[in-house]
Design a protein around this ligand. Sequence first.
Ligand code: GLN
Length: 195
Amino acid sequence: MASIGVLAYQGSVAEHMKMLSRIEGVSPREIRFPEDIGAVSGVILPGGESTTMGKLIKDYGLIDALKERITKSMPVWGTCAGMILLAKEITGEDITYLNVMDIAVRRNAYGGQLDSFTADCNIPEVSSHKIPLVFIRAPWVEKTWGNVKILARIDGRIIAVQQGNILATSFHPELTEDMSFHNYFAGMVKQADMQ
Ligand code: GLN
């Protein structure tokens, strides 16, 4: 069984737990405290509010434990606010959180009428069918460096990236019925478990 943790302070926690519970060979688990990290072999950082989640991972002392596991190659996937937590740069802000992924992100990048919207996209690495995408006050990736692989763009904007064990999406697969990204991430965790 691959045990996958979902950071469970706020945001789309229940939705991720539900998606994970549908995958064979995966046991989902909510994580909040540093001692929870030892029990999982992969972590999802959900959508929500990055400033709140970022403050809480610091307050609960989870930030160092998480960062250490990620740098030792534990798979991690950030959706929306979770992507912001992973970034090494947040455009126009001095702050960073986990600071592990070679991307610069712009928060609330789709202002005004495009604040929240849906789209769909072919992402061949992840699925052979079109994946429905839900954006809610989403960030986009402004810049990548290092060995970051761009998985998807919408209207020229980068919205899905992977750097080895680190996966990040601007959108919320957990708010759709499409299992592609959850299956893809579970595959990363199962593979890491075998190594
Ligand atoms: N706008 C939020 C932030 O900057 C992210 C929104 C989301 O996760 N849906 O943290």
